[in-house]
Design a protein around this ligand. Structure first.
Ligand SMILES: Nc1ncnc2c1ncn2[C@@H]1O[C@H](COP(=O)(O)OP(=O)(O)OP(=O)(O)O)[C@@H](O)[C@H]1O
Length: 299
């Protein structure tokens, strides 16, 4: 197995007697998209700030590509996109990118490619003051990508974006992960993360309560799978009774089962032949898993 890009080992961060981070260990490898979830105050931003070297752990150790956060290698290889990006509105996208490239000591000539990669090719010479929120966020991402970072920290990056902008933002993140960039992303919008992350980390009051792939978390929490059937009206009562489900209206039957019972139940459903006209299977959502493990609503 390759060395992780990010290693967080038994890290604590105390503010006086309050432990904002309490014994957290995580790793993120190249090309992995990891979602960092937790209610307000769970410690997500504090963790990101320590990874950036903006604040020091009280105990434990963090390494970025084997280097200390804030060291010159780590600074070059880690990029951060904060929730609210503020730019000088009077500059054009090209001028802003040139300023950031100079600050990072990176070549200005790659900037056009980066702007094209985030879909801002046609806005290169437009003033940032005229940009929509989605365009500003994509410009933020382009700025973060200067210098080809290997670890991308995204703090609630899609706040305030419409569904189409969110989709295109995640498409870019997926493309970056495909090139081997490790991505750690915090968000309160759980529905958008379901299909777009490889692993989910849940924090609660500074502690890690889960870190696994969604499929594994589904198995761990023991929440039921929901199966909805569309049944011919004359058979609805009988089907509901035989399968132990609930008839919800003239031709709908709902069943709950444990994940391991699902296939056997589906085989029984198939046995009803044309009496059952349609089947919809819903595994527990990330929102439901989060509520079970995180213990609180995400917002
Ligand atoms: N500079 C600070 N001084 C004292 N306490 C702090 C400081 N920064 C953070 N905290 C506390 O640490 C805890 C974690 O805060 P943090 O901002 O990391 O949470 P978060 O998960 O990012 O929350 P949100 O979702 O609201 O952004 C909170 O209890 C917060 O009040």
């Amino acid at each position: 197995m390759t060395d992780p890009i990010l290693r967080v080992d038994a890290v604590q961060k105390a503010y006086g007697s309050h432990k904002a981070i309490d014994g957290v260990s995580i790793t993120v490898t190249a090309g992995e998209r990891v979602a960092l979830l937790g209610h307000n105050g769970a410690g997500k931003t504090t963790l990101m700030k320590m990874i950036l070297g903006l604040t020091q752990p009280t105990a434990g150790r963090i390494e970025v590509l084997g280097h200390a956060p804030g060291s010159s290698v780590a600074r070059r290889k880690v990029a951060w996109l904060p929730e609210h990006v503020v730019f000088n509105r009077s500059l054009t996208a090209a001028e802003l990118m040139a300023t950031f490239a100079r600050l990072k000591g990176a070549p200005v000539r790659s900037n056009l490619d980066l702007l094209a990669r985030v879909g801002l090719k046609d806005a290169v010479h437009k003033r940032v003051g005229t940009f929509s929120k989605g365009m500003r966020q994509r410009l933020g991402l382009a700025q973060a990508l200067i210098g080809e970072p290997e670890l991308l920290l995204l703090d609630e990056p899609t706040t305030g974006l419409d569904p189409v902008s969110r989709q295109s933002f995640y498409d870019i993140v997926e493309e970056l992960a495909g090139r081997g960039v490790a991505v750690l992303l915090s968000s309160h919008v759980l529905t958008e993360l379901e299909a777009r992350t490889d692993r989910v980390i849940i924090m609660r009051a500074g502690k890690l309560v889960a870190s696994d792939r969604l499929a594994e978390l589904r198995g761990q929490v023991g929440l039921p799978v929901r199966i909805r059937l569309a049944v011919r009206p004359e058979a609805a009562s009988s089907v509901a009774e035989q399968l132990g489900g609930e008839r919800v209206n003239g031709h709908r039957v709902e069943l709950l089962c444990r994940p391991e019972e699902k296939m056997a139940l589906l085989s029984r459903i198939t046995g009803f032949g044309r009496m059952v006209e349609d089947v919809e299977i819903s595994p527990p959502t990330l929102e439901e898993i989060y509520r079970r493990l995180g213990g609180e609503r995400p917002q």
